[in-house]
Design a protein around this ligand. Structure first.
Ligand code: KIV
Ligand code: ZN
Length: 383
């Protein structure tokens, strides 16, 4: 399964993010360490800064394929090709819209004109590189027959990846699967040179579910952004896809080459350079993704981590944490004291635990400092 990361293109389109070329090179370098297969470095024609960023990444970052987005317009494609000139492996990602509302209101083109622009755009891109991706924007609100026709024209003109975007996050897994199956059978058919891809947005919170659902429909590329950043509610989260595939290998049965141990570092870098915080309970990379507070859970995890963890936190560069709070039990309290080198026998332990519970009820989480102060006071009172 090809992991196509668009943090630097669609991710950067999130409101308020503007990454400098240096920031983008730093993130692309980290994405190469994470071993994603394709980095969409930007939209070269969209600004001089983006052109510079794509060019620098194409020149300085090695390993993944480097892609630039381009509309079907000739100048976009020429700019993308120019920015990608130094890449070891370059991809031009050509897109136009296929839904009635986009064609009428944004492109102001007839369906026939849109089909012509796809033929011309993809052909022009193939004049520069062998690796061309085509996306029918707003595919999930388009007539499926028209999507198939548009994609067939793109393949005939030389596109090697057909990407189906759920641009406005409108799809539901079952209807997305139906569309992907149609594209797989009617566009790809037996042509093994063509890869079918997904690109989902999270307006209904379904981007990751929709993307994963397409694997059984034949999709072999998933597009996403680190921390799920992107337009409006964001894109499919790259790290969630990687960990879902790895954790449920038994179910998906597809291979990925990502180095999962780089996930946490990548997530933190993207968060700090974009200024977008990561929600505490975010899957895989959130502060609480491997934290346990309730007594029953802590007791289980102390016996065997797998009682409540389906991923090994070290696989993503994280660690398990037992957070001491009002829901915690005696086992975690004792383990925390032991880790600090404090041993209390009964009845001192029982008294300390009672006082800890009273404090936690008022304060929420009790950090190591509070615990240490309490334990020392307890020890002093025994002596
Ligand atoms: O969401 C979308 O449709 C896109 C395309 C440009 C692929 O980002
Ligand atoms: Zn998008």
């Amino acid at each position: 399964l090809v992991i196509f990361d668009t943090t630097l293109r669609d991710g950067e389109q999130a409101p308020g993010i503007a990454l400098s070329p240096d920031d983008k090179v730093a993130i692309a370098t980290q994405l190469a360490r994470l071993k994603v297969d394709v980095i969409e470095a930007g939209f070269a024609a969209s600004s001089p800064g983006d052109h510079t960023s794509v060019k620098r990444i194409a020149t300085e970052v090695h390993g993944p394929v480097i892609a630039s987005l381009a509309r079907t317009v000739p100048t976009d494609i020429d700019q993308a090709a120019d920015a990608l000139r130094n890449a070891d492996r370059a991809r031009i990602h050509v897109f136009t819209s296929t839904s009635p509302i986009h064609m009428e209101q944004m492109l102001r083109k007839t369906p026939a004109e849109v089909l012509d622009s796809i033929r011309e755009g993809v052909t022009r891109a193939r004049g520069y590189v062998d690796d061309v991706e085509f996306s029918p924007q707003d595919a999930t609100r388009s007539d499926p027959d028209f999507v198939v026709e548009a994609c067939r024209i793109a393949v005939a003109a030389g596109a090697t990846t057909i990407n189906i975007p759920d641009t406005v996050g409108y799809a539901i897994p079952s209807d997305f699967v139906a569309l992907m199956e149609r594209v797989y059978h009617d566009v790809r058919g037996g042509n093994t040179d063509v890869i079918i891809s997904t690109h989902c947005h999270d307006d209904l919170g379904l981007a990751v579910a929709n993307s994963l659902s397409a694997i059984h429909a034949g999709a072999r590329q998933i597009e996403g952004a680190i921390n799920g950043i992107g337009e409006r509610a964001g894109n499919t989260s790259t790290e969630e896809i990687i960990m879902a595939i790895k954790t449920r290998q038994d179910y998906f049965n597809v291979e990925i080459q990502a180095d999962t141990t780089e996930i946490f570092e990548t997530s933190r870098l993207v968060s700090s350079l974009t200024g977008y915080p990561i929600q505490f309970n975010k899957a895989v990379v959130g502060r609480n993704a491997f934290a346990h507070e309730s007594g029953i859970h802590q007791h289980g995890v102390l016996r065997n981590r797998e009682t409540y963890e389906i991923m090994d936190p070290s696989d993503v560069g994280q660690q398990s944490q037992l957070v001491l709070g009002k829901h915690s039990g005696r086992a975690a309290f004792a383990a925390a004291l032991a880790e600090m080198g404090v041993t209390l026998d009964e009845p001192a332990f029982g008294n300390a635990f009672e006082r800890f519970k009273e404090l936690a009820d008022r304060k929420g989480e009790i950090g190591e400092t509070g615990l240490r102060a309490g334990a020392l006071a307890m020890q002093a009172s025994i002596v």
